[in-house]
Design a protein around this ligand. Structure first.
Ligand SMILES: Nc1ncnc2c1ncn2[C@@H]1O[C@H](COP(=O)(O)OP(=O)(O)OP(=O)(O)O)[C@@H](O)[C@H]1O
Length: 356
């Protein structure tokens, strides 16, 4: 185990369960409540995703966390120490406990890769030889050992973000805060950066807070997710649960791009004629989704329903099923109760003629 790994683990063992804790944090700008009573915690070693529409309050939350913005009221604690009310000087060492990576990398173009990575250590007063040794160690961790003497302009977007990650880890933070860090990257590069973050999370036990509008990012690497809307938390929980059974309308619409939807031509032909077939959206998560659910349904109802669309996906290794089913009016009530008894959540979307 290298020195960096062991020091992060030592820190992890020394502290409490929550790296960050927010209690009833409020911040207004005139009439706008950017944060309207936000309480959340980021547990040591987890990856927490925060999602929300534009204007939901994500940037304000980040600025409150790194001390650039002060909340009007409420409490923010980093590793058990309250930061609200601290002077700029007392805030500095706590601010260094949070490493940040950004959408546009924020590297210094006139400095080499190793100088960029070593910069936070220079600010901390480390001697040159020591900080270059640490930069080499971190560049190895992010797979860029051969690029120490290169300049940012000579790197691809993915490589620049790897440098950003190495720099964010240099001062040995308790938390890595990722602010839309993959939003400027193509899908393949995004996947490789997410794999690196996941690897660092499991190797170093590093806690990561991901702020993103990309649902795929949260789905791929986060353990838990918090949904912000108009400055409030409207939903939170394990990613597989929230993504398989979103309750808040905001969450449903944020996830509409990555969850199966009723085909548009059928959605547009739905009626409210109770004599026609019922169109149901059925969500089921956990072991029952993996196969038994459809089997049970066909055993119980034989040919009495039609599968319109949907299937089984896997989120955080949990099977998650979403099916759109049409069933005759006479069997609909019985099918809904049967599915609910199996643990599914059922929504009646409308009605279609039986040939649709
Ligand atoms: N300095 C400011 N002055 C006035 N209003 C502000 C200020 N900062 C944020 N707001 C308002 O607070 C609300 C939350 O903004 P914030 O930037 O935190 O949202 P966001 O979720 O980060 O949005 P985006 O995804 O577009 O960056 C918005 O209505 C915004 O217009």
């Amino acid at each position: 185990m290298n020195k960096h790994v062991s020091s992060v683990l030592d820190d992890a063992e020394a502290g409490g369960k929550d790296v960050i804790r927010l209690t009833d944090v409020r911040r207004r700008f005139g009439e706008t409540a950017a944060l309207d009573g936000v309480s959340l915690n980021v547990r040591r070693g987890e990856i927490l995703g925060i999602i929300g529409r534009s204007g939901a309050g994500k940037s304000t939350l980040i600025r409150c966390l790194n001390g650039l913005e002060r909340p009007d009221s409420g409490k923010i604690e980093i590793e058990g120490r309250e930061i609200t009310g601290l002077s700029e000087a007392s805030l500095q060492p706590l601010r260094r406990r949070i490493g940040m990576i950004f959408q546009h990398f924020n590297l210094l173009s006139a400095k080499t890769v190793e100088e960029n990575v070593a910069l936070p250590l220079k600010i901390e007063g480390w001697p040159k030889a020591k900080r270059l040794a640490r930069a080499a160690e971190l560049l190895e961790l992010v797979g860029l050992s051969g690029k120490a003497k290169a300049y940012p302009s000579e790197l691809s977007g993915g490589q620049k973000q790897r440098v950003g990650i190495a720099r964010a880890l240099a001062a040995n933070p308790a938390l890595l805060l990722s602010d839309e860090a993959t939003s400027a990257l193509d899908p393949e590069t995004t996947r490789s950066i997410l794999a690196l973050l996941k690897d660092i999370n499991s190797k170093l036990g590093l806690t990561i807070l991901l702020i993103t509008h990309e649902m795929e990012v949260v789905r791929n690497i986060a353990d838990r997710v918090t949904v912000l809307d108009a400055g409030r938390i409207v939903e939170e929980g394990p990613v597989w649960q929230v993504f398989s059974r979103p309750h808040a309308q905001t969450t449903k619409s944020l996830l509409s791009g990555i969850r199966p939807q009723l085909p548009t031509h059928i959605a547009e032909s739905l009626s409210d004629n109770l004599e026609e077939d019922f169109v149901l959206a059925i969500d089921i998560a956990g072991p029952a989704a993996a196969g038994p659910f459809l089997q049970c349904l066909s055993t119980e109802f034989q040919n009495g329903y039609r599968l319109i669309h949907g299937g089984v996906d896997h989120i955080c290794e949990q099977p998650v099923g979403r099916f759109f089913i049409a069933v005759g009016a006479a069997s609909a009530g019985r099918l809904v109760s049967f599915a609910e008894r199996l643990g599914a959540q059922v929504e009646v979307l409308g009605h279609v003629a039986d040939h649709a």
